[in-house]
Design a protein around this ligand. Structure first.
Ligand SMILES: Nc1nc2c(ncn2[C@@H]2O[C@H](COP(=O)(O)OP(=O)(O)O)[C@@H](O)[C@H]2O)c(=O)[nH]1
Ligand SMILES: [Mg+2]
Length: 253
């Protein structure tokens, strides 16, 4: 049975690009990956879309038919995607592959905060994992990192499936910034100290949030990746294999 690997994160965090890069990496290593686009509003996608939700739902048609602006139509479309989950699953079953790489809508709330998404994820497959992309620009500020941690925690809590924290676009971070973010993600004590030093107004709230995140067991480190350098792809693969196959490699072929 294939693994469904979802890419989730705030708008512009690099989900679509990572879908392409990870697909290329898998093919380079002889593994079979099938791409799934779940964004009805996607324009040009950089990868060959094997299964495309735009075959069922078009944002433009929803706008015209329901006389909605782009925002309203996005919400209606997101629910329509979920309503079509059974049909999408039928198409997925026609493919044989190791992983389905699932690119989710640009605005993460259209996926994470729609009631129907959880049911859709279950319908699409049992072996599902969410890679949550941390935007590097927000991540390098301690309070930004805490905000992203809380979004990641909410995503995890809503879907209740294995989860992988990923620091995207790591090529735009200096070694120092990268080291700092990795340290924060592994030990919230460092994050707490950085917050106190930064002395921004939301510090107290952030410190309370850190305590909750700590209690939820979220001090697990983070996997830096870069689509520009094709860096970190093996780490994603290894983490997925750990989650579902006790760390065994996939058969190549
Ligand atoms: N430097 C750098 N830029 C990236 C990387 N991945 C994506 N981007 C850029 O970030 C922007 C948003 O990426 P996209 O994949 O569309 O984000 P999405 O909204 O989460 O799907 C685009 O301009 C990409 O070219 C990366 O690894 N490094
Ligand atoms: Mg995208």
């Amino acid at each position: 049975m294939s693994v469904n690997l979802y890419f989730v994160g705030t708008a512009g965090s690099g989900k679509t690009t990572l879908t392409k890069t990870f697909k290329d990496w898998m093919e380079l290593h002889g593994y079979q990956a099938v791409t799934v686009n779940l964004d009805p509003g996607a324009d040009d996608l950089p990868y060959n879309v094997d299964i495309d939700v735009r075959d069922w739902i078009s944002l433009r048609e929803v706008m015209a038919e329901h006389e909605l602006g782009p925002n309203g139509a996005q919400i209606v479309s997101a629910d329509m995607v979920a309503m079509n989950a059974g049909e999408i699953k039928d198409v997925m079953e026609e493919f044989e592959c190791h992983y389905f790489l699932i690119d989710t809508p640009g605005q993460m709330e259209l996926f994470t905060f729609r009631q129907a998404s959880r049911e859709m994820v279950r319908t699409l497959g049992e072996k599902s994992l969410i890679s949550f992309l941390f935007d590097p620009v927000l991540s390098k500020q301690p309070s930004g990192f805490v905000s992203l941690m809380t979004l990641a925690a909410t995503t995890q809590f809503r879907f209740d499936i294995p989860y992988l924290p990923i620091l995207s676009k790591s090529d735009i971070l200096s070694d120092k910034e990268l080291g700092m973010i990795k340290k924060w993600s592994k030990d919230f004590w460092h994050l707490d100290s950085a917050l106190r030093e930064s002395a921004v107004t939301e510090t107290q709230v952030s410190i309370e949030l850190i305590k909750s995140l700590q209690n939820m067991g979220l001090q697990r480190g983070i996997f830096p990746v870069s689509s520009v350098d094709m860096y970190g792809m093996e780490d994603i693969y290894t983490a997925v294999q750990d989650a579902f196959y006790g760390g065994d490699d996939l058969p190549v072929g």
